[in-house]
Write a protein that binds this ligand. Structure first.
Ligand code: FES
Ligand SMILES: [Fe+2]
Length: 384
């Protein structure tokens, strides 16, 4: 059994709050203007900064295990191609032909020998180099070396694929960026997990509305009365601001049993669900025996895509295992539909005039933390 010093501290906090009838509360409630869900200029700024200048999780390494395996990704607003070169190094490019801009690889995933543009057949290798141009003699002295696919920064860390969607972004120190979350991420061994399900849901709501639904625990016993409520201790989670990310440990109801147990026998994972915020738009949900990685991306001001991956330790080898994971997946879909249904009603209500600002409670910690980190990124104080 592995438990970190931090996790022992989290359990101690939960038990102390539970005994005292207190909670992990911020000093004050906060307010936020509803313009962040509606304002065109603000939305453009978020697109240009949050979704271009920071690393975003776009996949799991098992989706591109071998040379020439690829996935494509479009939801950040730019077409992206991710592949593995002959040296085994992950590569990412704008999935845009350098001849006249057609999308080079149209499939969502697969294995390629080379990447061949469907329009006039220009071909590119796994390093994005322009290799072939049909009837190339009709093009004069084109410098092939400077007409490769445009590279993007991509990283494999903790079994996940992190990508920065801007070609002009200065080099990112990904290890420094993820350092505040590294201990927990390493402990999850996601590099040996497999993707059980990957799916996307379009929701008619601003991306903030959606991600904020996963940045507090206050709603569990109302929005999820018949699903998640009874599993967890109501609003007794512990939040740690690991700037710019947040670790939010939500205790299962059974954690109170640890009080009678020596610390040496404590286990963190089997007593918590973590719902961590990884800046800017990832929500990482660590369950007792599997992990969900969610990426929330805007399609428009009032329209977003919620991309989800369910990672399990190994591919189900028996019918029983398959049934078990399927049951977990089904429950999550039900719970998330409860969130998304409410999210869409929030977006619809924004223009009603009922509110010009929302109130964020002392127990909605991640929303308050994220409000500050997003503001810091937009005004240039926070950079990856
Ligand atoms: S646009 Fe790709 S080959 Fe012409
Ligand atoms: Fe929820």
């Amino acid at each position: 059994m592995k438990i970190s010093t931090e996790e022992i501290w989290i359990i101690e906090q939960v038990l102390a709050h539970n005994e005292a009838g207190t909670g992990d509360l911020l000093e004050d409630m906060a307010e936020m203007s509803i313009s962040k869900y509606l304002d065109k200029d603000r939305f453009q700024q978020e697109n240009d900064i949050l979704f271009k200048e920071f690393p975003i999780i776009v996949g799991h390494i098992s989706q591109v295990p071998e040379v020439g395996d690829f996935i494509t990704h479009d939801a950040t607003g730019v077409p992206i191609l991710i592949t593995r070169n002959r040296e085994g190094v992950l590569q990412a490019f704008l999935n845009v032909c350098r001849h006249r801009g057609a999308k080079v690889e149209g499939r969502p995933c697969g294995k390629a020998g080379t990447f061949s543009c469907p329009y006039h057949g220009w071909t590119y290798d796994f390093n994005g180099n322009l290799r072939g141009m049909p009837q190339g003699d009709k093009f004069g002295a084109l410098d092939k070396a400077s007409h490769g696919l445009v590279p993007l920064q991509v990283f494999e860390r903790f079994g996940l694929i992190w990508l920065c969607p801007s070609a002009s972004k200065e080099p990112i120190d990904i290890d420094a960026w993820l350092a505040p979350m590294a201990e927990q991420l390493a402990s999850l061994n996601l590099d040996s997990h497999v993707v059980y399900q990957a799916w996307t849901v379009d929701v008619d709501a601003n991306w903030h509305v959606l991600i904020e639904g996963f940045q507090e625990q206050y709603h569990f016993c109302h929005a999820h009365k018949h699903t998640a409520c009874s599993t967890y201790l109501d609003t007794q989670g512990i939040y740690q601001n690991k700037y710019p990310h947040v670790r939010h440990s939500v205790p299962l109801a059974r954690i109170v049993e640890l009080r009678e147990m020596p610390v040496e026998d404590w286990d963190y994972r089997e007593n918590f669900m973590d719902q961590n915020y990884v800046f800017p738009c990832n929500f990482m949900q660590v369950m007792t025996d599997h992990v969900y990685i969610h990426t929330v991306l805007p399609n428009g001001i009032e329209d977003s895509v919620f991309q989800c991956m369910m990672l399990i330790p190994e591919a189900p080898a028996t019918e029983k295992a398959e049934k078990y994971w399927k049951a977990n997946y089904d429950v999550l879909r039900v719970v998330f539909d409860e969130d998304f249904t409410i999210g869409a009603t929030i977006q619809k209500s924004l223009k009603s005039g009922a509110n010009d600002r929302f109130i964020i409670g002392r127990c909605e910690n991640t929303i308050q933390f994220a409000q500050e980190t997003v503001a810091a990124a937009l005004d240039g104080r926070l950079k990856a």
